[in-house]
Design a protein. Structure first.
Length: 689
């Protein structure tokens, strides 16, 4: 008779969990397993389960292609990120089926062997990605990116990246400096599942003396609890990152897949016709969600992801059932081939997208696919098939530990320990910049009186104002990155700023080439809110950093306004005038930067990198600014661009858009001169404080 935990320990084989069983029907014991499919490339040695199902590789292929297309910017697949949710359901199904199959065949669960198989499956490819990124951080990346990578990489290595991004607040749709390891959040959720699910299963089997019928309702109850927590946190105002990345709020998808596996283990697979109905409904539902669901929409956490998980469960069970049309279609060899290398493709596509985003999409996709295939053939498959079997048995368990330690050492050595910049954020995030640490300001009353402004010829340059100046920077994330790296206050320039990422001087929806509309409710009231901000800060000079949101087409009263045509010109002129009316009220000096060329890798071929659109916007901006006596247009484009192309490289703007510390340090001396010249345009007679 075994003890309560029913465990025996072997030095060579690890921990085996033996579960005392009571008489149960044959189907529940697993002695009548579901029909086994033909042997396939993923049917590697291991405990018994469902056997190889080609259709499940097809599900993997569809899921990873949806994610890749979403990250490549396909405008018709704005919900393609749900491919990750399909992976979650499929993973929950397969892992639970594997464990229950082992228990049904042997009456025990070999947890160390299970975890070792997971390590062999997941670690090699991830370690290779981390090593490559470490080399990038050491030799290529600017200091800001290298500093951020250290924490992200170590979190990915320990499979806690999702909680790392919860702590840093980095959005899945980050618009500034996205991490090349942002996608590893899902690996963290899954690995935590791989650790805890077997323990839960052992506990249930112990308490129920081997009976598995209770598993399905229990897992469903836990899934409902997780989905309810997601809803409660969202409604209560928790951050998007907390709800999106949290293991507790996303585990319901894995639990639903596990409940499906438990039901199949107990009752068997459904009839092919019934499975096809579920598969067709699931496929249609997932397709609709991939087209209409958005990662920031209110529906996502309020039923959207639950419906996605249910649809994925229907598709998975149909793909797992032999003889179904769904399994035949999803078993099509090209789709199956993508599914076989899906893990590597998922790991590599995002870094490739970030580093080569200026290239055509097919080059990025082809390169990611080639690397993933090479990784599978040369690294992942050999390791899974026992490449280190010749090592002594006592040494094998140490291989993953040593490998992870070596990679961690390389990452620490290759990356800087400096505090990363805080210019990461999502559309709609409100961020502030203030001089830090506080400094003692001179008494304004002790300053010499400002000389009267005298009339000057239009060709004469105003004399720069000496002494301390309070400067307020407004604008979108480009202005934020510039204000964040402002000069030290000791330079007599005291820079503050408030910005809403993704908001320039318009709040109307943007219309993207090829279809797609970006609603921007977070921009409502941003410009009019400057009135309160100006009262609070009382700046001497305001700097309006014009971004490139205005080069897009806009949707105004259900009418698409196309950039370059008169309706769009009138629309933009009105919005710029509304902004300058607020900023120049009372004769306040305002410096307006024009829009430089951008080399944004995430919008290759889009309006933001269209030099004609940028030129047209700057011409319109110059005409508007010319109507305001205390506004001064400065040509940032002349500082950053040559012949309409980026002339400064990533050392100045790490993503072709946002400033690095080095880039801002090169711009600020010039910009300070322009600010001091603009201060002479203050018609209030003296600098107000």
């Amino acid at each position: 008779m075994v003890n309560w935990w029913g465990t025996t320990t072997r030095l060579a084989g690890g921990l085996h969990v033996n579960v005392p069983t009571a008489p149960v029907p044959q189907a529940e014991q697993g002695t009548v397993p579901p029909p086994r499919g033909p042997r396939g490339p993923r049917d590697l040695p291991g405990p018994p389960g469902l056997g190889y199902r080609p259709g499940l590789d097809g599900v993997r292929g569809l899921a990873v292609l949806a994610v890749v297309a979403f990250h490549l910017g396909a405008p018709w697949l704005r919900g393609g990120f749900i491919g990750v949710d399909v992976f979650f359901v499929l993973s929950g199904f397969l892992i639970t089926a594997l464990l229950l199959g082992e228990f049904g065949a042997t009456g025990r669960l070999d947890l160390p062997a299970f975890w070792a198989r997971r390590a062999r499956r997941l670690l090699p490819a991830l370690l290779l990605v981390l090593l490559v990124l470490g080399a990038w951080a050491a030799w290529v990346a600017p200091p800001e990116s290298a500093a951020a990578l250290r924490g992200d990489a170590l979190a990915a290595l320990l499979y806690v990246a999702n909680w790392r991004f919860v702590a840093t607040g980095e959005s899945y749709l980050a618009t500034t400096a996205p991490s090349p390891l942002l996608h590893t959040w899902s690996l963290g959720v899954e690995e935590q599942w791989y650790l805890l699910m077997p323990l839960l299963l052992v506990a249930v089997l112990k308490l129920r003396r081997g009976r598995t019928r209770v598993l399905t309702p229990l897992l469903l109850v836990l899934a409902v609890a997780s989905a309810a927590l997601m809803l409660v946190l969202d409604v209560s105002g928790a951050s998007h990152a907390r709800v999106f990345y949290g293991s507790d709020t996303r585990v319901f998808e894995l639990l639903l897949g596990a409940a499906l596996a438990a039901a199949v283990h107990t009752r068997g697979l459904p009839r092919p016709r019934s499975a096809d109905v579920a598969g067709a409904a699931g496929l249609v539902g997932l397709g609709a969600a991939a087209v209409v669901l958005t990662a920031t929409g209110p529906a996502l956490f309020r039923g959207g992801l639950v419906l996605v998980a249910v649809g994925a469960a229907g598709l998975v069970v149909a793909a797992a059932t032999p003889g179904t049309i769904t399994a035949t279609v999803l078993g099509w060899w090209p789709l199956r081939a993508v599914g076989i290398v899906s893990y590597g493709l998922y790991l590599w596509h995002w870094p490739v997208q970030l580093f080569l985003a200026g290239s055509p999409w097919w080059i990025r996709l082809g390169l990611a696919g080639a690397i993933a295939t090479a990784s599978y053939v040369l690294l992942e498959r050999p390791v899974r098939r026992g490449a280190w079997a010749s090592l002594p048995a006592a040494v094998r368990p140490m291989v993953p530990v040593v490998a992870m330690s070596c990679v961690a050492t390389v990452l620490v050595a290759a990356t800087t320990a400096e505090t990363p910049i805080s210019v990461r954020g999502d559309l709609g995030d409100r961020v502030r910049v203030a001089p830090s640490p506080p400094v003692v300001r001179p008494d304004p009353r002790a300053l010499p009186p400002r000389p009267e402004v005298v009339a000057q010829a239009e060709t004469a340059e105003p004399t720069p104002v000496d002494g301390p100046l309070d400067v307020l920077v407004v604008g979108d994330s480009v202005g934020f990155s510039l204000a964040y790296h402002a000069p030290d206050p000791a330079a007599d320039l005291y820079v503050t700023g408030e910005h809403v990422l993704g908001c320039g001087i318009t709040e109307e929806p943007l219309v993207f080439p090829g279809g797609g509309v970006l609603e921007r409710p977070h921009c409502a009231g941003y410009v009019t809110g400057w009135t309160t901000l100006l009262e609070q800060e009382s700046p001497d000079v305001v700097v309006l950093v014009s971004g490139a949101w205005e080069v897009y087409d806009h949707l105004d009263d259900d009418q698409v306004l196309v950039m370059g045509f008169r309706p769009h010109d009138r629309f933009l002129a009105q919005r710029f005038r509304a902004a300058l009316d607020v900023l120049t009220a009372g004769g306040r000096p305002v410096v307006v930067t024009d829009v430089p060329c951008f080399d944004d890798p995430t919008v290759q071929g889009g309006p933001r990198v269209d030099s004609v659109r940028v030129w047209h916007l700057n011409e319109l901006l110059a005409r508007v600014v010319d109507d305001y006596p205390t506004a001064r247009l400065v040509r940032l484009s002349d500082r950053l661009c040559r012949d309409g192309t980026d002339a400064v490289g990533t050392s100045v703007r790490y993503d072709g858009v946002h400033f690095t510390a080095v880039g801002a340090a090169g711009v600020w001396p010039w910009l300070e001169g322009e600010i001091r010249r603009a201060a002479t345009l203050d018609d209030r007679g003296a600098l107000g404080r």
